[in-house]
Design a protein around this ligand. Sequence first.
Ligand SMILES: CC(=O)SCCNC(=O)CCNC(=O)[C@H](O)C(C)(C)COP(=O)(O)OP(=O)(O)OC[C@H]1O[C@@H](n2cnc3c(N)ncnc32)[C@H](O)[C@@H]1OP(=O)(O)O
Ligand SMILES: CC(=O)C(=O)O
Length: 504
Amino acid sequence: MSVLLGNRRFRFFDTTLRDGEQTPGVSLTPVNKLEIAAALSDIGVDVIEAGSAVASEGEREAIRLIADAGLAAECCTYVRALNQDIDCAAEAGADSVHLVVPVSDLHISKKMQKTREEVHAMAMSAVAYAKERGLIVELSGEDASRADQEFLAMLYRDGIESGADRLCFCDTVGVLTPERATEIIPPLCMAPLSIHCHNDLGLALATTLAAFKAGASCSHVTVNGLGERAGNTPFEEVIMSLETLYGYKTGIDTKKIYPLSTLVSRLTGVPFATNKPIVGTMAFTHESGIHAHGLFRDSRTYEPISPESVGRQRRIVLGKHSGSASVKAALTELGYSPNPRQLEEIVKRVKALGDEGRRVSDTDVMAIADAVMLLECKPIISVKQFTVVSGSNILPTASVTMEVNGEEVTGAATGDGPVDAALRVLQQSVASAGDIRLDEYHVEAITGGTDAMVDVTVKLRKDGRTITSRGARTDIIQASVEAVVTGMNRLLRELDEKRRTDTD
Ligand SMILES: CC(=O)SCCNC(=O)CCNC(=O)[C@H](O)C(C)(C)COP(=O)(O)OP(=O)(O)OC[C@H]1O[C@@H](n2cnc3c(N)ncnc32)[C@H](O)[C@@H]1OP(=O)(O)O
Ligand SMILES: CC(=O)C(=O)O
């Protein structure tokens, strides 16, 4: 039982397949609609508004498929206050109709070009006809928030007398405030009342919750908040707000929320905003070091609901806001165990990438960790300084100052290009440590753009032993030097150890 909402049972009327499909450009095939309807019924919604039966043959086929699928949810269809629409709904096999009647003077006079009396008469006649055709009737006031509330109340009252089973209040253009909902909804609850909100001003969720508090017993919702213009009240937001903030058990299988959202997004072709509550990519993704550190200790510090409760997983991404806790966690997950000094250097390089305005991927982190950790382990060769000069009408030239086995070495070389010159001077300068051959050189941009992070992989050979090494930097020459020096160090260390083992 909910503390704030009392011991009441709320119902969920999903209109993803009707109002959601009215999102411009969205068009679902009957088979797509059936797939979504099955998922909606499975997650636990009470009513599925499957479409507008009068709209097209495809709509009627979809409604027929859904009505015949033996789903637990009621199969409903939108109808105008017209017998032809009701006939289409009945012939398609719907259980119920969402019978919509314009109720604001604006809609009555301008859109319908009728009087209140004429619209009232159409509504009563349509309700009676739908009942004659054996349909459950949800009598709905369109643009109810801008309507004369006495006229609306009269229409509802007379509609119930004509046989309407349920009522619906449509905030058609999203102008109802939560405060006003609490004033105008209570006198309208003369039969089970649904609230149907639009999100033009971002108030759909708040107004829906206020209407629940004020006496409405059902919420019209759409998955991912799809719908006309800025959409309808998002299903996932209502459910998780009720469950989390009001302690109300909705009966919805919340772990299936994310799979349902992705199914709808895929079939409608409408991606959700990355920061969309509950289902957006960023809803359970964290970069800030302080947040990640807090989350590792207790996830409630920075997550009001757990990702698992909606079928998702937490993601920690790295960037310039990262701290050592999140970098260490990412490295552990990737199989690295850096020492504190290495970790500090990796964090520094991760932040440097972030400072360049880029997202840091796992590949970036691995490349950085490989470079930092291998360099740290094998200090036989180190580069103190190098310079490369290249351009038009100039021979690419590289010069270097290195330390090899504790001795300073300087050198210069030319090459076919700046990378070639840099690698040649490295090979020459380490000659005192042995003849190290560069067998392969491979470069790849691992982030996009001209300022991409480049990943250089090299294969080096000495005394019959071959190793592969990598360097990752935004500067291709630095990445190449890093890959070669890292590899040389590893190769020399391994051969050294082998020699010592053989002697022992
Ligand atoms: C707020 C909402 O979401 S309302 C639902 C919106 N959904 C749709 O529009 C569903 C898809 N619509 C369609 O396929 C078509 O518009 C149809 C088949 C319903 C109607 O097509 P047409 O007959 O060509 O009419 P058209 O779309 O040009 O105009 C709508 C007609 O319905 C009338 N109408 C609108 N709402 C209602 C209503 N609730 N009850 C009765 N008549 C209505 C209008 O007055 C207009 O008729 P008129 O030209 O005689 O004044
Ligand atoms: C009927 C409907 O979808 C609306 O008034 O918004």
